[in-house]
Design a binder for this molecule. Sequence first.
Ligand SMILES: [Zn+2]
Length: 104
Amino acid sequence: MSLSKLKKGDMVMVLAGKDKGKSGKILSVIPEKNRITIEKVNIIKKHKRPDQKTKGGIVEKEAFIHISNAGLLCNKCNKAVRIQSKKLDDGKKIRICSKCKEVI
Ligand SMILES: [Zn+2]
């Protein structure tokens, strides 16, 4: 799957690693590095020093995963699926599930 097909806000499923099988929304994308963060996936704990605004302590945060470890989720199939892109008559491009042909 090419990166251009995944964007912020898409629902994806994790395909590899410790969070395999989890799904969530893409929070951010770094196209140059092929990396994304997904809501509640690959959580890391960071020790934060107190500063003037916050008390510090341990904060949990989503770490980046490689884009090839996630697949776009089809709500109908309820799993990560291959995506096809389809050009509509008006020239607009849409993404559809290659299995059930549902628009994603
Ligand atoms: Zn589907």
